[in-house]
Write a protein that binds this ligand. Sequence first.
Ligand code: ATP
Ligand code: MG
Length: 404
Amino acid sequence: TDPLFQEAIPVLGQIESHGYEAYFVGGCVRDTLLNKKINDIDIASSARPEEVEAMFPITFDVGKEHGTIVVVVDKAPYEITTFRTEGDYTDFRRPDQVNFVRNLREDTLRRDFTINAMAFDRHGKLYDYHGGVKDLNDHLIRCVGNAQERFLEDALRMMRAIRFASQLGFEIEEESFKAIQTLKANLQHISIERIRIEFSKFLLGDSFADKAQLLVNTGLADYLLGFTQALVETVMTELSKDFKNIHNTLRDERLVWARMLKHMGIIQPETIRSFLKEWTHSNAFIKDVIQMIQLFDYFKEEQITSWEVYNYDYSNVQLVEDFLFETQFLDHKFVDDIYNALPIKSKKDIAVNGKDVMTILNLNKGGPEIGAWLDKIERLIIEMELENTYSMIEAYIKNSGSID
Ligand code: ATP
Ligand code: MG
């Protein structure tokens, strides 16, 4: 078994020693049965949140009203969620309230898919109330119980169905698939952020190339912000070509979004920014995507010079080069050579600073021209037109006289 489980066994032991039940649940059980590496460990327990808090010295309230407490044991965090059923769903989203229950079986009834509704106890005994093992073997994503009811309760599950299909290479079972086609419009009620998390996982799935048209076939494509069926169909075709046979290390969320936007024709920085903002991406994410989209063009026209290599985040430059190399757009890699030959890697490496420029110019106070001089010098150094030494830079400034 996975060492992550071994380390977590004492956590279950601690809960049980207080007279409660505790199990490993959800993704970690599924991935173990598939012989896949597990991401994180989720624990379900009969103990109430306050009871969990009382048992562990270090705890965080991450959603007590929904029953979830994070405990830290040997520096590792574990999410412990009290067995619960879900109350009324009035708006196709998360339930208005949850009801804590005392047994595992009832808890599994609120879970989305049979393959996600299994549990292990501390000894590795499997609890599978809904035929999850059979569906794992048959490669099926099937709702727990009635598919329409499940998707009516929480419309996000429709996006989760296609993301697991893409991650696992499974088919969506027929009833569940039809229910999505029927209820797809309810996706409108789900927050963009929650959709985005599932959408990104879908795009990054190991079987994405095979499952790329699921958004179209289910009809969910029409309910993705800024997309239409027709657009999704062409964009997913292009994207699946991009990421077919591609090395795992290149399955990077920013790179995938950058390729997607490029195929959508969203390539102007301001348009990229507003599109990604609406999709609730962070500013750091947006910055990288903009850089990558620009870098595609620099590489394409073989116009990438030391100036771009210097100015763009080097990790983005390398990722784009690796991607273009893997997709056989480039026949050899060359940016490492350019990067290693850069006389300076950042402004801090310039042999003069602002104070030095003032001394050279006999100024006793700073002003905007200091920065302008440094920008000019930086560019000349990168373009190998000026040697990065104090004396050469001093001579250059004195000879030029003024900055414009
Ligand atoms: P991953 O490996 O991506 O974390 P996961 O299966 O652990 O996959 P999570 O989103 O972490 O997925 O959810 C943990 C578990 O909680 C799921 O396996 C499932 O049992 C349950 N779950 C999560 N979201 C929902 C939902 N929207 N509806 C019903 N059950 C859900
Ligand atoms: Mg998980």
